[in-house]
Write a protein that binds this ligand. Sequence first.
Ligand SMILES: Nc1nc2c(ncn2[C@@H]2O[C@H](COP(=O)(O)OP(=O)(O)O)[C@@H](O)[C@H]2O)c(=O)[nH]1
Ligand SMILES: [Mg+2]
Length: 242
Amino acid sequence: MPRAIIVIPCYNEANRLDCNSLKHFTAAADDLRLLFVDDGSTDDTWTILEDLPGLRLRLPRNSGKGEAVRQGILEATRHEPRYVGFWDADLSTPLDTIPELVDFLESRPDLQMVFGARVKLVGRTIERSEVRHYLGRVMATFVSMLLGLKVYDTQCGAKLFRVTPETMDLFARPFITRWLFDVEILARWIESSRRGERPPIEQVLYEYPLMHWVHVGGSKLKPRDYVIALTDLLRIGREYLW
Ligand SMILES: Nc1nc2c(ncn2[C@@H]2O[C@H](COP(=O)(O)OP(=O)(O)O)[C@@H](O)[C@H]2O)c(=O)[nH]1
Ligand SMILES: [Mg+2]
């Protein structure tokens, strides 16, 4: 039984998948498994995944990162791991951060989830273009206001959850937005905690400042996605919070 299963959503990632790093990581970490979700890719992604060690799931058509992650997590829980998470296929967050987050969550039984946070501090390598950094900061500020939570970085693609009925309930239904499902995860928790069914989010979530995060080109996020994201924030507010 693996201690943790990490879902890697892949949509047309044939050119970006770093097979050597993925194989090397899997060989070295025997209590951690990767679960690749091919989200209806139209390139060679599936063929490449068939050659990688780990679990695989193939979705019949492209459904977006949130749904791919959700399906992956539902599949992962069937193997009864203690922790599940998700990680971007471009390995902007290096794979060796996975055991670090798992150990951290293990050492903190009070926590339900730990999110990687890209905080530019001296001594750490956090590399993003200025434009993306500042657009990201504006978005993050709106997200923080919407949720009423001093969260710094909801959009980092490195997240880990303790497998409990409460955390798995966050993935029970499809998300309503394409790119802001991470915000929805928090909004869902906050909605239940307001009903008195959960402790406050501040007691169960920890943002873990990453040592290393480097933007990898070939992103599928387009400028218009930032505009969609703003309207999606309002939809999240209406659906869960207001
Ligand atoms: N399943 C799925 N994953 C996607 C889709 N678009 C992007 N991703 C995945 O989301 C992760 C981050 O994507 P990326 O394009 O690097 O976004 P960025 O890092 O936010 O610029 C990668 O693992 C992608 O494969 C999609 O339509 N479906
Ligand atoms: Mg990326």
